[in-house]
Design a protein around this ligand. Structure first.
Ligand SMILES: [Zn+2]
Length: 179
């Protein structure tokens, strides 16, 4: 799985250096994003789901899509990062971090679909979210959300359900406990 070789980490630090403003995202957190004209902005789970739905809904195969944001929540890039089979899509954190590094993104939202119907996260969805969250926090990116979508179903948001926060707490606990 190999997240972050020496060279990559060096590049990522440069990106992190100009991401000094706090990333604001979900209105549920009580934070407000600064308004700026021009680029499309994504500031809530609903807006993220609307954007990701264009790539994930109505698909026969499982896909991963991402939205890369700058530190004012303006969209730098959005699109499909991986496509797999009916019930599985191989994706590695580096598939998502590589474009984030190249574009100097600050925030990352990922999403995938379940062609089978249920939007409940699987064991491997939890595992991937955790891996990506670790990779992001080690490299200065903010993982803002992971959304699971299925046709005709309400989306599942790791952020909206509080699952992302639990994962972050678990990770920081693991890191601070280390002697
Ligand atoms: Zn899944």
């Amino acid at each position: 799985m190999g997240v972050g070789g020496g060279q990559q980490v060096g590049k990522l630090r440069l990106v992190a250096a100009d991401s000094d403003r706090p990333v604001t995202y979900c209105s549920a957190c009580g934070t407000k994003a600064e308004q700026r004209k021009g680029r499309k902005r994504v500031k809530s789970c609903d807006e993220a789901a609307n954007t990701l739905g264009q790539y994930l809904l109505g698909q026969q195969r499982e896909r991963f899509a991402a939205i890369l944001l700058n530190n004012a929540n303006a969209v730098l890039w959005e699109g499909v990062v991986a496509e797999g089979g009916k019930a599985f899509c191989p994706v590695d954190p580096s598939d998502i971090l590589r474009p984030a590094i190249m574009l100097g993104a600050a925030g990352i939202i990922i999403g995938h679909n379940h062609p089978s119907g249920s939007t409940l996260p699987s064991e491997s969805d939890m595992e991937l979210t955790k891996k990506l969250s670790i990779a992001c926090s080690a490299t200065g990116f903010k993982l803002l959300d992971h959304i699971i979508m299925a046709d005709g179903e309400a989306y599942y948001s790791f952020m909206g359900r509080g699952a992302l926060r639990l994962i972050e707490d678990e990770i920081s606990h693991t890191f601070t406990r280390r002697e």
